[in-house]
Each structure stands twice: as C-alpha cells, then as structure tokens.
Design a protein around this ligand. Structure first.
Ligand SMILES: *Cc1c(COP(=O)(O)O)cnc(C)c1O
Length: 366
C-alpha cells in the first residue's frame, strides 16, 4: 500500500484564517470585542436564519449557559439521548438538574419521540435532542410533543451547521440551540461555541452568564462565568463562515458518491424534507465492527471513527443517573456504527479507496 492514510476528519485552516488572526494580533485588542460581535451577527445571518446568536468559548459552555439561562436547575429533569457525546448530559448535570436518557430511533440515531414521551415525569422541564452526525433530529414530532406537554425544547446542534428540515434550519426550533466550533466540527474557531436564542431575554441571560454576570462594567447582576470567546478565535470563525457552505456542498457530494457506490451496507437514510450536512457518514457493521475498523485501516489505509462506542448511561461519570437502564436501539447502535471519511478534503481517488475497502470487507459477508 503506497497511498497515504486517509484520516477520518481533517480541519481545513488556510492563509485567510492566518491573516485574520494576524490582523487581530496586530491590533493589540485580542479579548472579546468587535470581531466577536461581527461573528455573532454573521453566524446568525448565514446559519440560523437571523436568529440572535451569542459566542462562547466552547460548545459545552454554550449548552451549560443556555440551560442556565432558560432556568434549568436542581429538581428539573431534561430528557436527552444517551447515544451522543458526553457533553450533552454533562451540561445538564452541571446545572444541578438530572439528565434522563431516552432511546433513539434506528434510522438517524436521534431521540425517538415515543421513547421521549414515555420518559416524561412531573419533574420533566425540557427535551434536548441532538442532531447527530449532521442530520436533523425529529423536530416536528418533538416540537409537537413539547408543546402538548408544556415542556421547553432545546437543541444540541454541535454537529449540524446548516442542516435543515422542511426549509427550516436546525438552531431555529428550540428556545436555544448550541453549535460547537471545535476543530473536527463542520467549521471551527479553534475552540468555541455559538448559542442561538429565540428571545431577547435569553440572549441577555446568556451574555450575562458569559461575562461574570455583568452588562455594565462592575455592575454584576448575577453569578456568572468567564466563558467569553476571544477576538482571535472569532476572526478564524468569521473566515470559516464564508467557506462552510462550500464545504457542506463537498460533504454532500462525497456522501452522494458513497451512497451510489457502496455495496452490501445500508447507506445513511435521509428523512423526508431533511438536509443532512454529513458531519459524519455513518453505516452499521453488525458483525465484528471493531475487526472491520482495524482491517479498513490496515489493508486500505482508510481511517474511520466510532461515535460513540459507550452510551452515556454506561459511562462511569453518568451511570448513576440511570442505574440498570437498558436502551435497546442505543446499545445496538453503539456496537454497530462506523463513520467513514466524508470531509471536504477527500479526492476522487480517496473516495475510490474507501469504496473499495468497504465493499470488500463489509460487502463480503452480505
Ligand atoms: C462536540 C460536541 C459537543 C461539545 O462541543 P465542544 O465545543 O467540544 O465543547 C456537544 N455535543 C455534541 C453532540 C458534540 O458533538
């Protein structure tokens, strides 16, 4: 094998980003300032159909501050998936509220509305779906359920910049939504997060929590954090925002090629009316998934990822919230999923090698 290893993800950071950082450094003003304000406005316009957005220092901070701003705290339950990154449930737990894990549907791996309804108790305050892998969660059903049961709806949109459902972008369904700007996500600011909010009150509450509870200097109104984004990070994010549309188109084109050419595996199903932005291109390998991952790497030089091998309700940090819980679809997915490279840097030859490897290894038994 002479071809270079194909990594499962590859952040793209170029000269434009370097120049933007240099401009901020040369200005001498690097903390949260005009770049952050501009980034917030541009992010709102490009990705969330104008919904007011607040920049913070990570996606996890965004979830935490959004929950606190929406009034979530001790005594509340928030229904979340277990099949996600731990930050989803961590942020709920950090408010003092209880994360309640509900099972997923097997097509797009997002919260199953029937399982959510069954998990509602008199303490349930909110439902927080994750748009996993860049495919929108079942927002029509979950929105209707939240409305009918008088619950708040929030969104973990960490992986889904620009995804939409029936023409409505993710990030515009919940009272708030969080987007991560970590380097492996569909766009990055280095580290960072963005919280889109459905009201001026929530914007103000998140901004207060972001900066020690201050709007006016030294007039602290509430107990808050330092969760500010720097102008250095915002400058990177602003450049990336001008490119994320083209990158998403490249991801979608790569996914279409894989959909067309893979044999013997079920390609990721896209729901009616959904635009999938393919943060991950995830298939199932029901037999010996870990052997498949190793062989794909060793024999074909193709990196792949398993997101996530351990459901949150089985993690040492979170299992006390749900002792003995069994979630059938979640546990099956954790044992079977494999995410193939789909990032915008893939060449035609890379895609051919991915197809060749998967078809030989997974298609072999089918
Ligand atoms: C990445 C991610 C987060 C956390 O975002 P950070 O920016 O890394 O803090 C939360 N939820 C999901 C689903 C994620 O993928």
């Amino acid at each position: 094998m002479t071809d270079a290893f194909i990594p499962p993800a590859k952040p793209i950071i170029g000269d434009d980003e370097r120049e933007a950082v240099d401009r901020v450094l040369r200005s001498g003003m690097v903390a949260q300032g005009p770049e952050v304000a501009a980034f917030e406005q541009e992010f709102a316009d490009v990705l969330v159909q104008g919904r007011a957005s607040v920049a913070v220092n990570s996606g996890t901070s965004g979830l935490h501050l959004g929950l606190l701003a929406a009034g979530i705290g001790p005594g509340d339950e928030v229904i979340v998936p277990s099949f996600t990154f731990a930050a989803t449930a961590n942020s709920v737990a950090l408010t003092g509220a209880t994360p309640v894990f509900a099972d997923i549907e097997p097509e797009q791996f997002s919260l199953d509305p029937a399982a959510v309804e069954a998990a509602i108790t008199e303490r349930t305050a909110a439902i927080m779906p994750v748009h996993l892998y860049g495919h929108p969660a079942r927002m029509t059903e979950l929105g209707e359920l939240a409305e009918r049961r008088g619950l708040a709806l929030f969104e973990d949109a960490a992986q889904a910049h620009g995804a939409s459902l029936h023409g409505r972008n993710v990030g515009t369904f919940g009272r708030f939504a969080m987007f991560s700007l970590y380097p492996t996500k569909n766009m990055t600011s280095g580290e960072g997060g963005m919280v889109s909010c459905d009201s001026a009150e929530l914007v103000r509450a998140v901004k207060l929590l972001r900066n020690q509870g201050m709007e006016a200097q030294y007039q602290n109104e509430v107990v808050g954090f330092n969760a500010r984004m720097t102008d250095i990070h915002a400058a990177i994010g602003r450049v990336q925002l001008t490119k994320v549309g083209a990158w998403t188109a490249a991801r979608r084109a790569n996914a279409a090629t894989l959909d067309r050419e893979l044999r013997g595996v079920t390609v990721p199903p896209v729901a009616d009316g959904a635009v999938h932005v393919y943060h991950q291109y995830t298939i199932r390998v029901p037999e010996d998934r870990d052997g498949f991952v190793a062989a794909l790497k060793q024999q074909y030089g193709v990196g792949s990822g398993v997101y996530y091998p351990v459901p949150n309700h089985r993690l040492a940090s979170l299992e006390h919230f749900a002792p003995g819980l069994h979630l059938e679809q979640t546990e099956r997915a954790a044992a079977e999923v494999v995410s193939l490279p789909v990032h915008p840097s893939l060449s035609r030859r890379d895609l051919e090698r991915i197809v060749e490897g998967v078809n030989a290894l997974a298609g072999a038994g089918a």
